[in-house]
Ligand binder design. Structure first.
Ligand SMILES: [Zn+2]
Length: 168
């Protein structure tokens, strides 16, 4: 069921409402400004989760981070990167290596200490699955975003997808 409050329906994801800094730069006059905005989004925010936070904030979404401290009785499973209480939605941003992104070129098991790495990554994957299951059971919508979907050339599409998932 779509979020009724969501300002970003499918219809809203058009070039008019989509932030100007994510558009292909069409006209020369605005090129400088747009490049500047885009570089601001990227610079100092190379961490994918910061990038997504900044983007969501610019879109008017408000969120909490990390789902509370472990000692907090209300701490959420898996310590989510982004929690949007109003949308009852949680966003995990997974590094392709640490979380073992299947069929992804950024997930390559090291040739040394291979078994050690595999154990570690499989533990992470099991924890991810368990956390998502618990959260869904508690009525949260869980969105998983892979780091590879937020690389510079895929960024616009990646962010668009997050909005779509968030709003539907
Ligand atoms: Zn990946």
């Amino acid at each position: 069921m779509p979020n009724r409050d969501c300002r970003y329906s499918h219809a809203g994801l058009d070039p008019v409402s989509f932030p100007h800094y994510l558009h292909r730069m069409a006209d020369v006059h605005n090129k400088k400004t747009r490049s500047y905005n885009m570089s601001r989004i990227r610079s100092g925010n190379t961490k994918p989760e910061l990038l997504v936070r900044k983007f969501l904030h610019a879109q008017g979404f408000r969120y909490r981070l990390h789902g509370g401290k472990p000692a907090d009785a209300n701490a959420l499973a898996g310590k989510p990167d982004i929690v949007l209480p109003k949308y009852k939605t949680i966003i995990f941003i997974h590094g392709c290596f640490w979380h073992g992104h299947t069929n992804c070129k950024y997930f390559k098991v090291p040739k040394t200490r291979t078994q050690w790495w595999l154990n570690k990554i499989n533990t992470n994957k099991a924890n991810d699955a368990k956390a998502a299951k618990t959260l869904k059971k508690d009525g949260w919508k869980v969105i998983t975003v892979w780091e590879c979907a937020l690389k510079p050339t895929k960024l616009e599409k990646g962010l668009r997808k997050i909005l779509e998932k968030l709003c539907n």
